[in-house]
Design a protein around this ligand. Structure first.
Ligand SMILES: [Zn+2]
Length: 230
């Protein structure tokens, strides 16, 4: 009997695809691009706030009038609520990245709901804003992650291109990769924090942001937030 193992492998393959690929539609709709008629894209920053990188990034964005979207981790929002407040006050989108930053694809529905609710509460308490978008840690989902996010009023967001800035490849490499991935409608993934170490070093990303903003503008593209575009 060969058919059954083959089907089993196909099902497992499909489930793995849905769990591990951030934009797979298998486990519910994920926003992977913004719909826009304008030559515009969305810069997104995950895992913050971080006491060193987040203020530097906000300074660089503010000096240029660039708006971005921050997928804030509840655990870090509780520690640095004033930074989450600043993100909101300066006109950026404040979005939910959950609380603990555990991979959610093998977690129970009650775990997922609790993590998303804790994240939402920490972000709302810090900023006064109720997030409208959720991104799963590492993009890993299960059949109920997007459903639970939707029940909290949050649409699930993936990304069109990750820059892998978490590996700290150098400021110029981060800038080059980001500029190469910049296209109309793109959702670009960078990190202002570290999902595991609250004090993790994201200064390379922070130093790349001025280069990224200036070079993408020179290429004729503008920046929009998820709240304004998605
Ligand atoms: Zn993350």
């Amino acid at each position: 009997m060969i058919v059954a193992p083959a089907i089993g492998a196909a099902v497992l393959g499909a489930l793995a695809h849905g769990a591990l690929y951030p934009n797979s539609p298998l486990f519910g709709h994920v926003i992977a691009h913004i719909g826009t008629d304008q030559p515009a894209l969305a810069l997104t920053f995950d895992d913050g706030p971080n006491p060193e990188a987040t203020p530097a990034i906000l300074d660089a964005l503010g000096a240029r009038g660039v708006k971005a979207s921050f997928f804030v981790l509840g655990r870090h929002a509780q520690r640095w609520p004033e930074l989450v407040r600043r993100i909101a006050d300066e006109g950026h989108s404040v979005c939910n990245h959950g609380f603990h930053h555990r991979k959610l694809h093998l977690k129970s529905p009650s775990y997922v709901r609790n993590d998303l609710e804790l994240g939402t509460r920490a972000i709302s308490d810090a900023s006064g804003v109720r997030p409208r978008f959720f991104r799963a840690p590492h993009g890993f989902r299960s059949p109920w992650v997007t459903t639970i996010a939707r029940s909290l009023g949050q649409r699930t967001v993936g990304w069109s291109r990750g820059v892998w800035d978490t590996a700290r490849p150098g400021v110029d490499v981060i800038a080059d990769r980001t500029v190469r991935a910049a296209k109309r409608g793109a959702i670009l993934l960078l990190h202002d924090g570290d999902g595991y170490d609250p004090l993790g070093d994201r200064t390379q990303t922070a130093r790349a942001v001025p280069l990224i903003a200036d070079r993408i503008r020179e290429a004729g593209l503008e920046f929009v937030t998820l709240d304004s575009a998605a």
